[in-house]
Ligand binder design. Structure first.
Ligand SMILES: *Cc1c(COP(=O)(O)O)cnc(C)c1O
Length: 431
C-alpha cells in the first residue's frame, strides 16, 4: 500500500498535507513517503519468505541520499551502475560489500573503486569486461567476485526502450554463449565465480516473463552450481507498478491483464509464481527492484500557471515540465494526475508544461476537477525514474525533493538556484 490519499478532501502523504509542502518548499517538488518505501521493501521480502533472499535496491530509480538511508536502515543491499552510485551508497551509510555492480560499460576507475570497497559481486556483461576486471584485480592484489549476466532471450512484453532480455539488446551475454564465458572466467587467476544473473526488462506487469526466464535458466544454474560452486542466482528487477488508478487502488503494486480484464498483481502473486522455481536450487536469491520499491512512494507536485482554451481543446499549463519528469515524453508513459484539493470531475484538458516542445505534455484529454490558476496538482507514481532523469532544458533549475516520515517532512534536496545552474560554465578569454 502507498501512503498518498485524500483526507477531508485534501491530498496527504502519510500525515502531511501536500498543499502545505507546495507552499513551504515551492513547486515543482518531488515528495517521497518513507513509510511506503519501507512497506514495499518488507512486503517484497515477505513474499519470498522461506527463500534465502537479498534485496539489492536498484538506486538508479531514485538515488536521493535520504531514500538510500531509508533503504540502508532496512538492511537493503544495492544494485550499483556507476562509480558515482558507489560513492552515494557509502555517503548514505549503505553496505557496498553486500552490493552488486551492474552495467555494460564499467570503466577501469569504477572497477577499481568497486574492488577497493569490497564489492560483493560484479555483474559482468562481456568477455572483454571480464578480462579487464581480472587485470585490475591482479594490479591491486585481490580476487574479483563475479556473476555473468545471461540474456535468456524472453520477451518481457514491455516498452521497447526498457526491454532488455531479448538477444538483440546490448545487455548480457547470449544464453548459448554463457558456458564459454564461465569457462573463460574460470581460467582467469584473479576472478572468483560467485553467481549468475538475469534482468529481462522494466515495468513488467505479468508473472509469465519472469517464470519463463527462470525456467529457461534453471538447467544452466544447476550446471554452474555443480561445476563452479556458485552461491547465488540474481533474478533481477523489473517488477512493474500501477500507474493507472494508482490512487484508487491504494496499491504500490502492478496490473496484470487476464481475459481482457485488469487486476492487481501483487508482490504475493509474484512470490507465488517464482518461489517454487527457486526453492530446490538451494542458492541465495538476489533481487534488484528499483521501480517497485520507489515508484509509488513518490509524487511530483506542480502548480497551475494558466488554464487556456484553444479551439475545442483545453490546456492546463503547469510549472513542471519534461525536464523535471521525462517519462511521458520519453516513454509515452501514463501518470495519474490529481488535484491536491479533491473536486468533482468537471472538464477535459491536456496537462502540459511550459517547455517549447510538443512532447512536453504530461497527459492528453484527461478528465479533471475544475482547475484554476494557482491550484496544486500531484503527478502520481513519480518516485522512480523521476528526479534522477531530470535535467535543465530551457534553463530550468533542478527541482527540490522532500521526504515525509509520519508527520515530519524535510527538504532532502534543495531547489537549484540560477547561480548553481551556471556554476560550471565558463566564457573563454578569447571571446
Ligand atoms: C535498471 C535495472 C534494475 C532495476 O529495474 P526496475 O525496473 O527499476 O526494477 C535492476 N537490475 C538491472 C541490471 C538494471 O539495469
Amino acid at each position: 500500500m502507498h501512503e498518498f490519499k485524500y483526507r477531508d478532501q485534501r491530498l496527504v502523504c502519510e500525515s502531511v498535507d501536500l498543499d502545505e509542502i507546495a507552499e513551504r518548499y515551492g513547486t515543482p517538488v518531488y515528495v517521497y513517503s518513507a513509510a511506503t518505501l519501507r512497506n514495499n521493501y518488507r512486503r517484497l521480502e515477505k513474499s519470498l519468505e522461506g527463500l534465502n533472499t537479498r534485496i539489492c535496491y536498484a538506486l538508479k530509480a531514485n538515488s536521493n541520499l535520504a531514500v538510500l538511508r531509508v533503504m540502508a536502515n532496512l538492511g537493503a543491499s544495492f544494485d550499483l551502475v556507476s562509480g558515482g552510485e558507489i560513492r552515494r551508497v557509502l555517503e548514505a551509510g549503505g553496505r557496498v560489500d553486500r552490493s552488486v555492480f551492474a552495467g555494460v560499460g564499467k570503466t577501469s576507475e569504477e572497477i577499481e573503486r568497486a574492488l577497493r570497497n569490497g564489492i560483493f559481486s560484479f555483474h559482468v556483461e562481456s568477455e572483454p569486461e571480464l578480462e579487464r576486471i581480472d587485470r585490475i584485480a591482479s594490479g591491486i592484489g585481490v580476487k574479483a567476485p563475479v556473476a555473468v549476466r545471461v540474456n535468456p532471450d524472453v520477451d518481457a512484453g514491455t516498452h521497447a526502450k526498457i526491454t532488455t532480455g531479448r538477444s538483440e539488446n546490448k545487455f548480457g551475454v547470449p544464453f548459448d554463449r554463457a558456458p564459454d564465458v564461465y569457462a573463460l572466467a574460470a581460467k582467469l587467476r584473479n576472478i572468483e565465480i560467485r553467481g549468475v544473473q538475469i534482468h529481462i526488462g522494466s515495468q513488467i506487469t505479468k508473472t509469465e516473463p519472469f517464470v519463463a526466464a527462470i525456467e529457461k535458466m534453471r538447467p544452466l544454474v544447476t550446471e554452474l552450481k555443480q561445476r563452479y560452486g556458485i552461491g547465488y542466482f540474481s533474478i533481477g528487477g523489473g517488477l512493474g507498478i500501477a500507474y493507472e488508478s494508482a490512487l484508487a487502488s491504494g496499491e504500490a503494486a502492478w496490473w496484470e491483464r487476464e481475459d481482457g480484464g485488469k487486476h492487481l498483481l501483487t508482490p504475493e502473486r509474484y512470490g507465488r509464481a517464482v518461489a517454487p522455481l527457486l526453492r530446490d536450487l538451494d542458492l541465495e536469491i538476489l533481487l534488484e527492484p528499483g521501480r517497485f520499491l520507489a515508484g509509488n512512494a513518490g509524487v511530483l507536485l506542480t502548480r497551475v500557471e494558466y488554464v487556456k482554451h484553444s479551439g475545442d481543446r483545453n490546456f492546463v499549463i503547469v510549472d513542471a515540465a519534461m525536464n523535471d519528469l521525462l517519462r511521458p515524453a520519453m516513454y509515452e508513459a501514463y501518470h495519474e494526475i490529481v488535484p491536491v484539493a479533491e473536486g468533482e470531475l468537471a472538464f477535459t484538458a491536456d496537462i502540459v508544461g511550459p517547455v517549447c516542445e510538443s512532447g512536453d505534455c504530461f497527459a492528453k484529454g484527461r478528465r479533471l476537477a475544475a482547475t484554476r490558476e494557482g491550484d496544486v496538482m500531484a503527478v502520481l507514481s513519480a518516485g522512480a525514474y523521476g528526479y534522477v532523469m531530470a535535467g535543465r532544458y530551457n534553463t530550468r533549475p533542478m527541482p527540490a525533493e522532500v521526504l515525509v516520515d509520519g508527520d515530519r517532512a524535510a527538504e532532502v534536496t534543495a531547489r537549484e538556484t540560477f547561480e548553481q545552474l551556471i556554476a560550471h560554465e565558463r566564457i573563454p578569454e578569447f571571446l
